[in-house]
Design a binder for this molecule. Structure first.
Ligand code: 13P
Ligand code: SF4
Length: 368
């Protein structure tokens, strides 16, 4: 029996609408049999036959076939973050994971060209770790409220205010901000890395919620000075809402939350982890016959659990959609592969790359 999605009764937030092509895809290169086989492959992988009927899969199949053909022809490695839509994840991506694993995948990919389907800071990170590769980002306008909420000057000001204090930045920052910080951290390693930094004080930017989590975890060991940014998606959840859902759904419910949520939400959670770790935990609970699971995070996480679970799992969909992550559609990927515009090719000044690379090397060293 497979996973089933439920709306949280009090919130009623459904999964986002499925991303049908904006106009009819050109299918002239493929036979009807090839398109039908591809549509069936997509439907089988996505595992949501009602939301993704065969008619929808048939309309996107020419796009996935053409993207996969071009990727092969041009030796392109296509990386997608978990919050991308299932047609991208299961249709065309070579690697799907959380931001830490994707940074390593970008660093280690043998291909000379990477297409990064996600928000801008992740594509920039790929360019920093692989400066000699061509990194294509199909949606240059796809930002992030965290990375857009802090500038390199903000970090310089903090350094002036707190001389000699190490600065750790969440990976959700621009290359220019990374260049000003000592080390990046991600949702899968922020506790481990910050604990290992020298000294009794630490500046953490830009996520105030993750910063508060750090303050609590490092209490008595380190003072953590926190910047004032937040993720517009995870900020929507509150401890009150989670307590209400828990009461409605019952005591068997396991609440899994992303560390970009506020402290009151994390207090209610049974498990806190990166997007990838939340998926693994949900799958583990399913395999242990503990089927009632609520994911307090972006909706892409629930969509992957729905696709990848082999066990009975009642997923309570308290998810919120990230408009930036969902800005990219298959058509944008196809256009960027065929003929990328100048603004779709990541370019970063060499001095910024050099400094930001030092920052990310330090992350890889301290995370392992
Ligand atoms: P993960 O590293 O957990 O995938 O998080 C990235 C992100 O932007 C979450 O909002
Ligand atoms: Fe940024 Fe939040 Fe969207 Fe992640 S979910 S990309 S942190 S706005």
């Amino acid at each position: 029996m497979k996973a089933v999605a439920h709306d949280a009764k009090s919130m009623g937030l459904p999964l986002p609408a499925i991303p049908l092509p904006r106009s009819e895809a050109d299918s002239s290169r493929y036979t009807d049999e090839e398109i039908l086989a591809e549509a069936r492959r997509l439907q089988e992988a996505i595992q949501q036959n009602q939301r993704w009927p065969i008619s929808a899969c048939l309309s996107i199949a020419p796009l996935t076939l053409e993207i996969n053909r071009l990727k092969k022809e041009n030796d392109v490695f296509l990386i997608a973050h978990t919050y991308q839509t299932p047609d991208i994840i299961y249709g065309v991506a070579d690697e799907v994971a959380d931001s830490y694993t994707l940074s390593k995948a970008a660093r280690d990919a043998p291909q000379q060209t990477i297409l990064f389907s996600s928000v801008r800071f992740m594509a920039e990170t790929a360019k920093i770790v692989s400066p000699d590769k061509t990194v294509i980002h199909p949606s240059p306008e796809a930002g992030c409220s965290l990375s857009d909420g802090i500038t390199a000057q903000d970090v310089r000001d903090l350094r002036e205010q707190y001389p000699g204090v190490p600065v750790a930045c969440y990976i959700n920052t621009t290359a220019a901000v990374k260049a000003e910080c000592d080390v990046s951290v991600t949702s899968s390693n922020y506790l481990r890395i910050c604990e290992r930094l020298p000294g009794e004080r630490l500046i953490f930017v830009p996520d105030r919620f993750m910063g508060a989590h750090l303050q609590k975890a490092l209490e008595g060991k380190k003072e953590v000075i926190v910047f004032d940014g937040e993720c517009e998606v995870h900020a929507v959840f509150t401890g009150d809402k989670v307590r209400k859902w828990k009461k409605e759904i019952g005591s068997e419910l396991s609440v899994l939350a992303h560390p970009e949520c506020g402290a009151d939400v994390l207090e209610e959670a049974d498990y806190v982890g990166s997007s990838e770790k939340l998926i693994q935990e949900a799958l583990r609970l399913g395999s242990e016959n503990r089927p009632d699971v609520m994911l307090i995070t972006e909706c892409g996480t629930a969509e992957r659990v729905l696709a990848e679970s082999d066990n009975e799992l009642n997923l309570y969909g308290a998810c919120v959609m990230c408009r930036h992550m969902k800005a990219t559609q298959l058509e944008d990927i196809l256009q960027a592969l065929r003929n990328p515009r100048e603004d779709q090719i990541i370019e970063i000044e060499p001095e910024i790359i050099e400094l930001a690379q030092r920052n990310l090397d330090e992350m890889f060293r301290l995370a392992e």
